[in-house]
Ligand binder design. Structure first.
Ligand code: SF4
Ligand code: SF4
Length: 158
């Protein structure tokens, strides 16, 4: 079933990401790169000494587990001030903790996008059908004490 895509992707040049560096993308192109997997909205645990990042299935309070989208995207900082706004100017600082399949990280690493990316498939559900999103796999951070997040570490769906 194809549902409407909350991320505007119409009117963009064909495979623009293969011809433009991240630093030259327009805001619309930048936003369209998000595949909607929701994995960046899961809480992570970072080892202060080794820098190793572990993913948990404990989701940000604003994440919708069914759609994998933020329920208050435009005003999210009112509720989650620490939510990071990724941009061409700060991706160098954040790519290391982004999911392995995240389009921003892939392009930053010089890798191609996967065929299930909605920009290629034309279907926002293809990220879920490919099994790489966190759809129906999360628990809310309201339900798990932060001291227990270690018990909720998962392998990244990829
Ligand atoms: S991990 Fe990357 S591609 Fe997935 S939802 Fe977050 S920003 Fe978008
Ligand atoms: S505030 Fe929204 S975009 Fe930010 S981590 Fe939470 S669900 Fe994701």
């Amino acid at each position: 079933m194809t549902t409407s895509d909350p991320i505007p992707r119409k009117g963009l040049a064909n495979r623009f990401w293969e011809r433009k560096p991240l630093s030259k993308m327009t805001p619309k192109e930048w936003e369209a790169l998000c595949d909607g997997c929701g994995k960046c909205c899961l809480n992570k645990l970072e080892d202060a000494e080794t820098g190793q990042v572990e993913l948990t299935c404990v989701a940000c309070r604003l994440l919708d587990d069914s759609t994998c989208h933020c329920t208050q995207y435009d005003i999210r900082h009112q509720f989650v001030p620490e939510c990071i706004v990724m941009s061409p100017s700060n991706i160098d600082d954040h790519a290391y903790w982004m999911p392995q399949t995240c389009a921003y990280r892939l392009l930053w690493e010089g890798k191609p996008l996967f065929n299930w990316h909605p920009l290629i498939s034309g279907d926002p559900n293809s990220v879920h059908q490919a099994g790489v999103s966190i759809q129906h796999r999360t628990v809310s951070e309201f339900e798990v004490d932060e001291d227990d997040w270690e018990d909720y570490i998962i392998e990244e769906p990829a």
